[in-house]
Ligand binder design. Structure first.
Ligand SMILES: C[S@@+](CC[C@H](N)C(=O)[O-])C[C@H]1O[C@@H](n2cnc3c(N)ncnc32)[C@H](O)[C@@H]1O
Length: 224
């Protein structure tokens, strides 16, 4: 494959990673897409079915505070909000967030530019439902533990975390860097425990599977 044929995400990621900047390629990719010279490969018009099927079965609703990580143009965040969940969604790319606001001008979602690796302190322990879909795997392994620890910290007492990720099979140069069973286990700690971990087929890519893992943070039952 020549440079001219290299997909934009691979080209920009290679430059960014060579400069030791694990997240530096997302904004240029969205900026190229906004200029019409590239496409964002993960953009979808419909919510991720692994999220939609899971969430439809839940009796969550108004009063629940939701956080969607690495929301891109907002398709999944809009679906979460449509279930009556008070939804905040964030992305590191200002152009992505502008795109989400433009795509959904009457949205109830609060869209923010923020970095999962340095999240706002006010978000810690502030959400009842946290949705992480294929953002951790878009970051190189060196920052994975930080990303996962920060995701866990968003969970309020009694909160639920949903993680969707590609399943690691053979080691391959990323991005993406799919997650192993040990990576999925590492979302848990003494207070955050797995509820259900599934390996499910991808509807969009026959033969490939994804993790869908649900975790729960213990309710704060400390006596007053
Ligand atoms: C592979 S895409 C996944 C998008 C969406 N979550 C989905 O499931 O299709 C990763 C997204 O996370 C964003 N992102 C990457 N690193 C981030 C970080 N450190 N903080 C916030 N967003 C980040 C990227 O800009 C991109 O929109």
């Amino acid at each position: 494959m020549t440079d001219a044929q290299t997909p934009a995400d691979r080209r920009l990621a290679a430059e960014s990673l060579a400069a030791n900047d694990p997240t530096g390629w997302f904004e240029p990719l969205y900026a190229e897409a906004a200029a019409g010279t590239s496409v964002v490969p993960w953009d979808r018009a419909e919510p991720n079915p692994l999220l939609a099927d899971w969430l439809r079965d839940r009796a969550l609703g108004s009063g629940v505070r939701g956080l969607v990580i690495g929301c891109g143009y907002g398709t999944d965040a809009e679906f979460v909000a449509a279930q009556g969940i008070r939804t905040t969604a964030f992305d590191i790319s200002p152009t992505a967030i502008r795109g989400a606001r433009a795509r959904f001008p009457h949205s109830p979602v609060t869209y923010k530019v923020a970095d999962l690796l340095r999240p706002p302190a006010t978000w810690l322990g502030a959400f009842d439902l946290v949705v992480e879909s294929i953002t951790v795997q878009s970051l190189p392994p060196e920052v994975r533990a930080t990303a996962i620890a920060n995701i866990r910290e968003f969970l309020a007492p009694g909160a639920t975390l949903l993680v969707i990720a590609d399943i690691s099979t053979v080691p391959a140069p990323g991005p993406p860097w799919p997650l192993t069973a040990a990576d999925i286990d590492s979302f848990a700690d003494a207070d955050v425990t797995p509820v259900r971990v599934e390996r499910l087929p991808r509807a969009d890519v026959p033969g490939l599977h994804r993790w869908r893992a649900e975790f729960h943070r213990a309710a704060d039952n400390a006596p007053i």
